[in-house]
Design a protein around this ligand. Structure first.
Ligand code: A3P
Length: 291
């Protein structure tokens, strides 16, 4: 793909064009929210699929106990992307959604602070690394020859999700308007069990020790990678389309950026990060050995 035609620029934000229903977007602010809805919000490549799996396991016993054969995407569908056509009004409560929307485009009903939002964030050097590979893997995205070019587009917001800094800063600065929990990919990676417990506390779900263990077991990278209902392999191959060999669950670690960034690229990014994020006290973990 040579151009940026795959991006749909709508109300100051870039969507992936082919999976968007513009009428739905136009009416999104009035989309009816139920008190027990829960939203996973992320910038792309920050752990969306992982959190879909974790929340689905927390909420649905049939998933935890594997008594029902259903793909995670159907249990926790995207709000704004029609990967599958879903009539959300017919879905039984509690509904889990995931979304990459910026704070100002989400349905107004979320502002009554009853429905819950889990915002998952990841250190942006790993987001860039993951997104660079994903763009060269998935057919609907624009591939990039090298990381330098991808980083340029990322910093300019010429990617699905627009500018990473805006997404996280805006959500953080407007957090008081929502019932929202911020949790990092890296915390989930370093101690999945306590992350699951943090999520259960926030969501008001009381799971037994055995159930928490069942969630953790089925949400590890290794187990998700080998479970076709959890890893999107079939969805990517048969519905979205791919242009090279690869996996949605690629490396699943902290600090893979070190294998891809040059020292100069890393230093350049650090300067921008320090400037843009200086007022945001969220903790970022850049290295697997970091405390
Ligand atoms: P990598 O490309 O670095 O491997 P998203 O779902 O937001 O697109 O994020 C995808 C990233 O989350 C990929 O990162 C993927 O491997 C990682 N991921 C998915 N499931 C995971 C898990 N169970 N444990 C760790 N990382 C996971």
């Amino acid at each position: 793909m040579d151009s940026d035609e795959y991006l749909l620029h709508f109300k100051g934000y870039n969507f992936e064009r082919s999976m968007i229903d513009i009428d739905f977007l136009e009416n999104l602010e009035d989309f009816e929210i139920r008190d027990d809805d829960v939203f996973i919000i992320t910038f792309p490549k920050s752990g969306t699929i992982w959190t879909q799996q974790i929340l689905s396991l927390i909420y649905f016993e049939t998933h935890r106990k594997q008594t029902e054969n259903m793909e995670t995407l159907d249990r926790a569908p995207f709000l704004e992307y029609n990967i599958r056509k879903v009539d959300f009004t017919k879905r039984p409560s509690p509904r889990i959604f995931c979304s990459h929307l910026p704070y100002y485009l989400v349905p107004n009903g979320l502002k009554n602070k009853k429905a819950k939002i889990v915002y998952i964030y990841r250190n942006p050097k790993d987001v860039i690394t993951s997104y660079f590979h994903f763009s060269n893997f998935v057919a609907v995205l624009k591939g990039c020859e090298n990381l330098d070019l991808f980083m340029h587009n990322f910093l300019e917001g010429k990617v699905v999700g627009s500018i990473w800094f805006d997404h996280i800063k805006d959500w953080y600065e407007h957090r008081h308007k929502f019932n929202i929990l911020f949790l990092s990919y890296e915390k989930m990676k370093k101690d999945l069990k306590s992350a699951v417990q943090t999520l259960c506390n926030f969501l008001g779900k009381e799971l037994s020790e055995d159930d928490v263990d069942a969630v953790v077991r089925q949400a590890t990278f290794k187990n998700m990678k080998s479970d076709s209902r959890a890893n999107y392999n079939d969805i990517l191959k048969n519905e979205v389309g791919t242009k090279s060999e690869g996996h949605f669950l690629r490396k699943g670690t902290i600090g893979d950026w070190k294998n891809h960034f040059t020292v100069a690229q890393s230093e350049r990014f650090d300067i921008i990060f320090q400037k843009k994020m200086k007022d945001i006290p969220l903790k970022f973990i850049w290295d697997i050995n970091e405390e």
